[in-house]
Design a protein around this ligand. Structure first.
Ligand SMILES: [Zn+2]
Length: 309
């Protein structure tokens, strides 16, 4: 099937190619972005828009799949240039007032915060369009459908445009490199929920999707393989955490060491990647797009809240 004109913009996050994408869809009065990346990649973003003869003021609409910094950090800046920002209703408050989000990210990234993510400006209320499941949004001749898709975060939307699904993080992390098919799941706290993620994938499988546009990274047409790979990765993560936690508790004498779990997880993820034929270099690219320490923390929280008796 023909796909609408969609340009992946590589934001070269942290000087790494194929880490964070934004998608540009031109229309008669300018362009739409799906995902806008963090504040730190705005110079690259502006250069990529210029490649398409567009200025930031030409962007009429920005759809963010969720409010994590790598997807929505630059939303406020685009709103100040005149764009309308579309976001899941649960995430909306954090775009209106990002103080809490910035504070919790600062606890994780410390003095690297600014260098990594740049400024996260608030979105003015009159520029925010708050979305619910199955909302349809028309921009010029483009019609987007928003699907509430929890699992990676509570506040996650996937967007469908003419059979192309912009799957945010619920579509996993997969880098388009010839000769490899390897998918990883970003599983950070606090929103990770393996069962909700499974239900999301089952729902997406019912949709008539012929291409997936992943934020991390690229457009794929082997949709069936991809959804199957997500399901298998969910099952594998579930089995891993159930297997490792009883041992972790014994090891730490009742106290679970985050660092120990991170190391275990990293070794496990690496083994899976090498089995898929990845080189160490590629592994680093995956690690940049999807730090495995975060997934270990997410799984730990999920296990405590939803699995442990
Ligand atoms: Zn995310």
């Amino acid at each position: 099937m023909p796909i609408p004109t969609i340009y992946p913009l590589d934001l070269n996050f942290h000087n790494t190619l194929t880490s964070i994408a934004s998608y540009l869809i031109p229309h008669a009065e300018g362009g739409v972005l799906v995902e806008c990346g963090p504040g730190s990649t705005l110079p690259t973003m502006q250069a990529r828009l210029k490649d398409h003869n567009l200025t930031p003021q030409d962007i009429t609409d920005v759809f963010v799949t969720h409010i994590h910094l790598d997807h929505a950090g630059a939303a406020g800046w685009f709103a100040n240039q005149g764009a309308r920002i579309h976001v899941h209703h649960v995430g909306a408050q954090h775009l209106l007032d990002p103080a809490k989000l910035i504070a919790s990210a600062s606890r994780i990234y410390g003095d690297k915060m600014d260098e990594l993510w740049g400024k996260f400006l608030p979105v003015p209320a009159d520029k925010l369009n708050i979305l619910h499941d199955e909302d349809e949004i028309t921009v010029n001749d483009l019609v987007f459908r928003a699907l509430d898709t929890p699992g990676h975060a509570y506040h996650h939307m996937a967007y469908i445009l003419d059979g192309v699904c912009f799957s945010g993080d619920v579509g996993g992390v997969r880098i388009a490199i010839p000769g490899y098919r390897h998918l990883r799941l970003p599983m950070p706290p606090p929103g990770l929920h393996l069962d909700k993620w499974r239900a999301t994938i089952q729902r997406l499988q019912q949709e008539n999707i012929h291409h997936l546009a992943l934020t991390h990274f690229g457009i794929f047409d082997d949709v069936e393989w991809h959804f199957q790979a997500i399901s298998e990765a969910l099952d594998a993560a579930d089995a891993w955490i159930r297997d490792v936690m009883p041992r972790a508790e014994k090891l730490e004498n009742g106290e679970i060491s985050k660092n120990w779990l991170r190391k275990e997880f990293m070794a496990w993820a690496k083994e899976r990647a090498l089995a898929a034929g990845l080189t160490e270099d590629l592994l680093n690219t995956y690690e940049e797009a999807n730090p495995s320490g975060m997934s270990a923390d997410g799984l730990l929280r999920y296990w405590r809240k939803f699995i442990k008796e």
